[in-house]
Ligand binder design. Structure first.
Ligand code: ATP
Ligand code: UDP
Ligand code: MG
Length: 431
């Protein structure tokens, strides 16, 4: 099938959908294969729901006499090709954004800053993979002036592939940490994968932004031509960290004013500095950019603050990996404000052979701080007991819930963090 014909149909459509559960009238439906379904079988359903065109890749489901059917060799590849076709028609800056932690937060902050000056397109939610990136690109409108594309990776080569589709002109890596170690083949794999973005930009005359406070990233700087260094290299935009107790406070340039964000934890300073630097680079007035950051509220379960009686709870149940755990524990270790402190840590997933060592290391990190009560819950986290035997250990969530309920905590500052699969948010009700 000819891609230019499909593109003409796209222009007449109301957009693209890959899911009959969310399809809108006039959408082009792409039938993809996933772990649970082969969506080729949903083509009739998609048409019934009002799809204008269905792109399928299984001849068994092809209805030749119905001109709304398009048969592709590979539906996913067709979606990606169409996204790249659309991208090539756009002459706007496309900012690629990857990193082990903080991509979505940084993306949302960057968007909040850039909308102060530009009609800005950005990844919706967390649509950052080989399907999400094409969908993000296809949602960029002809009158959008700038776009932010979040790119996620599970294995080496993923970011390079997404770059071929999105062809970013600018790029940011939030940080290079120890996440998805299993698929990435260890820390070197993570470094290689994340730097694929910068390599693409180098090969294609793009611009890289480097957080020089991050040792790994700043070591990369010399490999690139005129990178924009920030936050306080004197090179570009001066943003200074003040404190995080628990919310990040920062100041900008010579202006002595200290601004208070709604973001918890010192690690969010890097996310804020990135957004301000991007804003300044593209000419957003600093005053308006700061206003955007200060107004920004993080979305569900990404370091949310909750009050329960006299206790203050930091719920960080969205995800966890060794590097985000480390910064979360360190930043919590420094926090003050309540009479008591309690740290609740659950398992980190997707670490493969690194699981035991990485959980054990958490025990070591915790022992650097004075934290009155430390609780571990889950199977993998048991390894941390070797380095932090004082912790209370609950292998199953039920015994932990009972214990929490009976404890009647008062005047505690509490951090709860674990991988998404641990559903750590369920504990809050028992505090
Ligand atoms: P995903 O891989 O799911 O797309 P992400 O990279 O988009 O994740 P966010 O959704 O922004 O990351 O944040 C998820 C969690 O990561 C937060 O709740 C916080 O605990 C942690 N985090 C955010 N920013 C940083 C950072 N700069 N360094 C370390 N950890 C961070
Ligand atoms: N899908 C669909 N309608 C359904 C179920 C699934 O269009 O009722 C699509 C889904 O959006 C995806 C593809 O079928 O593009 C493969 O589904 P998957 O195996 O990933 O299952 P899911 O996790 O989406 O339920
Ligand atoms: Mg994300």
């Amino acid at each position: 099938m000819n891609i230019s014909i499909l593109y003409t149909l796209l222009k007449k459509s109301t957009g693209v959908s890959t899911d009959t559960r969310k399809i809108e009238k006039g959408n082009i439906f792409f039938a993809l294969k996933g772990p649970n379904f082969d969506a080729n079988a949903f083509a009739p359903k998609a048409l019934e729901m009002g799809a204008s065109v269905v792109v399928i890749d299984d001849i068994k489901h092809f209805v030749e006499e119905d001109e709304r059917y398009f048969l592709a060799e590979d539906g996913l590849k067709m979606l990606q090709d169409l996204a790249n076709y659309h991208r090539k028609t756009l002459e706007i800056p496309i900012i690629g954004l990857t990193g082990s932690n903080g991509k979505t937060t940084t993306k949302e902050l960057m968007k909040a800053v850039l909308v102060k000056k530009f009609k800005t397109a950005a990844t919706v939610g967390n649509l950052n993979n080989h399907i999400g990136v094409p969908l993000t690109l296809l949602a960029i409108k002809d009158d959008d002036e700038i776009a932010i594309v979040e790119m996620g990776a599970n294995k080496p080569g993923d970011i390079a592939e997404l770059c071929e589709i999105a062809e970013p002109t600018h790029g940011v890596i939030t940080n290079i940490g120890r996440a998805h170690l299993e698929g990435m083949g260890g820390p070197e794999g993570v470094l290689k994968t994340k730097t694929e973005l910068f390599q693409f930009l180098r090969d294609n005359g793009g611009k890289v932004f480097i957080n020089s406070q991050d040792t790994i990233l700043s070591n990369l700087a010399k490999r690139f031509d005129k990178p924009v260094l920030y936050p306080n290299s004197g090179d570009f935009c001066e943003v200074t960290f003040q404190e995080a107790n628990p919310f990040v406070k920062f100041s900008v340039e010579e202006n002595g004013t200290v601004f208070l964000s709604h973001l918890i934890g010192a690690y969010n300073f890097g996310n804020i500095a990135t957004a301000l630097t991007i804003g300044k680079f593209f000419g957003v007035e600093m005053e308006k950019a700061v206003e955007a950051i200060v107004a920004y509220q993080p979305s569900n379960m990404r370091s949310q603050l909750m009050e329960k009686r006299s206790n203050l709870i930091i719920l960080d149940a969205y995800n966890a990996n060794p590097s985000s755990m480390e910064v979360a524990i360190r930043t919590f270790g420094e926090m003050t404000g309540k009479k008591h402190k309690m740290l609740i840590i659950g398992d980190m997933f997707e670490l493969g052979e690194h699981a035991e060592a990485e959980h054990a290391r958490l025990g070591e990190i915790i022992s650097e701080y004075q934290i009155e009560k430390v609780c571990f819950t889950g199977q993998l986290i048991a390894a941390a007991l070797a380095n932090y035997p004082k912790a209370l250990y609950f292998p199953d969530p039920f015994s932990f819930r009972n214990w929490l309920q009976d404890s009647n905590l008062e005047d505690y500052l509490i951090l709860i963090k674990g991988s998404r699969g641990m559903k750590m948010e369920g504990l809050v009700d028992f505090i």
